[in-house]
Design a protein around this ligand. Sequence first.
Ligand code: GLY
Length: 373
Amino acid sequence: MNEHANHTLTVGLGERSYPIEIGHGVLERLPHIIGELSEGGRTAIITDENVNAQHGDVLRAVLDKAGIEHCTLAVAPGEASKSWSVFQQVVEELLSFRLERQDLVIAFGGGVVGDLAGFAASVVRRGMRFVQIPTSLLAQVDSSVGGKTGINSASGKNLVGAFHQPSHVLIDLDFLRSLPAREFRAGYAEVVKYGLIGYSDFFDALCEKHEEIFAFGPMLETAIAQSCQAKAEIVAADETEKNKRALLNLGHTFGHALEGFTSYDGKRLVHGEGVAIGMMLAHQFSNRLNLCSMDDVQRVETHLKAVGLPTRIQDIPGEQPSVETLMSFIEQDKKVSRGRLTFILTKGVGQAYIANDVQAAEVAGFLKDKIGS
Ligand code: GLY
């Protein structure tokens, strides 16, 4: 145990188990971590231009102080960097830096950087170890943990990639201070998700103490640690999403359809906002199927609204989607088998489950009522 980390968790995957360290100032621990993983090793920092401009020097100073050799590859910020062309560029640059298999890749940034860097690490020299240093709330509570890495293809998001677990996840809360309020709030939707899928006590605690989270009080660290703990348990139980890990997709089928409808225009809707509306729709749809009570639906809505997250399709500014448009995205996202879809539904707060037999026509009827067309 070190003097900085207030929480250290483990993702239990046998020989591939790894720690998640969470706290203020834990970045200082990086030289020690690198020393343990790869004594004398060199490092390649993969980041984006924004994170590099804001925090790159801090990270490099920590490495310089410890005499650790490093190079930095900064890609353009945004989802467009999860492309074949940027991936190729990153892989070639890693190779031209002459990284050896014992060296380390550092994924330093939000979800895009983590997915891209992790995927590059999975293929360079047939697999290199990498450390995740997530700087957004969304990446800290979700994408940096669990080893899903990849890029987008012309056929859809995240369709090319690998399960490649990091060797260490270092979550320094100090990075969150410079996160725009909207990004912080959107990341918080994924925190709420853990409460909704299986941890109703956690949801109650979030309802009670959310103001402390948004004010950077001690509950922020607790909420991140509990989110990571929930994710670690789920990943350890089902690393490659054969069953239980799919629960992490609560709200994501509706959310991805809404993101697709806006052509991933972050000015109108960012991922976490799509997830917030999607989680709301998943509860309302479950209520319509007599699975969950109206009281549960209202509890979710009250909390999401209390923190300023959108809860209705109509909260997306601009043109509204048609049922047909949303259904085409939903059917693309999900395998439709004889008119049936797999959805994450719920019997109430903390009681989400995987439903394999949802009728596409039921979903369309529900959306028609919500959209009013
Ligand atoms: N973000 C969902 C998962 O890691 O499975």
